[in-house]
Design a protein around this ligand. Structure first.
Ligand SMILES: O=C(O)CCC(=O)C(=O)O
Ligand SMILES: [Fe+2]
Length: 277
């Protein structure tokens, strides 16, 4: 597996690693070990809602309804451990572009709806569990995707979405049931068209995907029990993540990304135009 290109690191903020061409940012030590311990305990105090291939998930905030392709009207209230770090979240686009961690915490108001996440998926991956390569659906969620890692580090795989993904988006629609939030891009079974690479997400780090990494790349986690980290085999430990997204609504349901070939919103427009709708 290839290494990612070296990040750009601002000496004034060495905990923030950026890959500007990819729109990717990794913020180390976003939460403290004390916060992490509280979050892990809180996760296990709640009965999990869904288990997909060993991955256990809990959902908060808005839920996406696959039958109406809309947001369910009643959000699930956020647990204290999520609402307590939300004011520190670097909102997109404003705060990611400045990267100024010394800025005062972002005020959160209802008007920030287009940038503030409102859909939260907490997941536990026991050693050996992963998530297949996918593009989070363009039409459902606004640009910025956040993933907070805790419990232990895990490598996340990135690969440019190619013809394989474009073809799958154009397959006849199958049921999307099961509460997943990924575009219908199954695990790549054929050889990738572009080399993939893995980025180690340390415990307590926050990953922010925008631009190319969000719209034009697939991401996933290989279900391994051992990872190679810095040339050494490391046994994987249980890893938790909180994926945070903002559900697109009303005027914002269209997608304007630079990757129309792998954009489900554009594919739907193409299909509707072809059917004369
Ligand atoms: O666990 C993670 O960090 C990412 C999960 C993910 O990609 C997703 O839920 O769409
Ligand atoms: Fe994802």
């Amino acid at each position: 597996m290839n290494e990612p290109l070296p990040p750009a690191i601002d000496p004034a903020n060495p905990s923030i690693h950026r890959w500007p061409d990819l729109g990717l940012t990794l913020i180390h030590d976003f939460i403290t070990p004390a916060e992490e311990a509280v979050m892990i305990a809180a996760f296990h105090a709640v009965t999990p809602e869904t288990t997909i291939k060993k991955r256990i998930s809990q959902h908060y905030g808005h839920h996406f309804d696959y039958t109406t392709f809309g947001v369910t009207s009643r959000p699930t209230p956020l647990p204290e451990y999520i609402s307590s770090f939300l004011p520190r979240l670097p909102l997109f686009p404003d705060r990611i572009s400045t990267g100024a961690t010394s800025d005062p915490p972002c005020p959160i108001t209802p008007d920030d709806g287009d940038v503030l996440p409102d859909q939260f998926t907490v997941q536990y991956y026991p050693p050996g569990a992963g998530i297949p390569p996918h593009v989070d659906t363009h039409s459902m969620f606004s640009e910025a995707l956040y993933s907070l890692s805790y419990g232990s580090a895990v490598p996340m795989m990135f690969r440019q979405a190619g013809q394989n993904e474009a073809r799958k988006l154009r397959l006849p629609k199958r049921s999307l049931g099961g509460g997943g939030t990924e575009a219908p891009v199954a695990a790549a079974t054929t050889a990738p068209e572009h080399p993939s690479w893995e980025l180690l997400l340390p415990a307590r780090s926050l990953l922010v995907m925008t631009g190319a990494s969000r719209y034009g790349y697939v991401h996933g986690i290989k279900g391994r029990k051992t990872d190679m980290v810095g040339g050494e085999a490391v046994a994987r430990q249980g890893r938790y993540s909180i994926t945070m997204r903002s559900v697109r609504r009303g005027e914002r349901v269209g997608c304007e990304c630079a990757f129309p070939g792998v954009c489900d919103a554009r594919v739907r427009e193409e299909e509707e135009a072809a059917e004369g709708r």
